[in-house]
Write a protein of this length. Structure first.
Length: 192
């Protein structure tokens, strides 16, 4: 009896291991590399032969010369991806938001009662969101232009660059319009 159940179970285990553990992953990996090569390899952005980041993972930008991304509860480390898990009644979350708001108002020379887009105040659920809202990007124009010593013409070029950088909702319905911070900052470096 043991021979009648154990041997077929061992064969089935071997067949399923080969199918689902080897053939399926290899097939999907090859198909992804053929159909979507950039995405399958991490949507890496290369400049002058150097990988400088991924279009899918947020990066910290703290210089006044660059647009700042959403805050990250995990310091933009992709390994422990996740949010802070602080709820709306959390005193720690409230303190962080007030601290971020004060820093943004000061850096961008805003009035004390100036509205700040929420994506600049709250970290994303993954802590790795590479996008900000168009309003968050527009709010930072004057700071970036001043830090770079831009002329009024270059300031206008910067504003136009943001408008060109707005990505629409995916498939026209999923999500909100957004701006990829890494791509925007790379484009800002090209303004002369």
């Amino acid at each position: 009896m043991l021979k009648h159940t154990l041997l077929p179970a061992a064969r089935l285990l071997l067949v399923l291991t080969v199918l689902t553990g080897i053939l399926y992953p290899v097939t999907i990996t090859l198909a992804a590399n053929v159909l979507f090569p950039a995405q399958a390899n991490g949507s890496l952005i290369v400049r002058d032969g150097q990988v400088i980041g991924s279009a899918l993972i947020g990066q910290p930008f703290t210089s006044e010369r660059y647009f700042w991304p959403r805050p990250s509860a995990i310091d933009y480390n992709p390994l422990p991806s996740g949010g802070s898990n602080l709820g709306p009644t959390s005193a720690a979350l409230q303190a962080k938001v007030l601290e971020r708001a004060a820093a943004i108002r000061q850096a961008n020379r805003l009035a004390e009662d100036a509205a700040i887009p929420t994506d600049l105040l709250f970290a994303s659920g993954s802590g790795l969101d590479p996008h900000i809202s168009p309003d968050a990007a527009r709010l930072q124009i004057d700071r970036v232009a001043a830090a770079r010593g831009f002329t009024p013409v270059q300031h206008d070029q910067l504003a136009a660059l943001i408008e060109r950088s707005i990505e629409p909702p995916q498939f026209g319905v999923l999500g909100e319009p957004r701006v990829n911070v890494l791509r925007l900052n790379l484009a800002v470096d090209q303004i002369q």
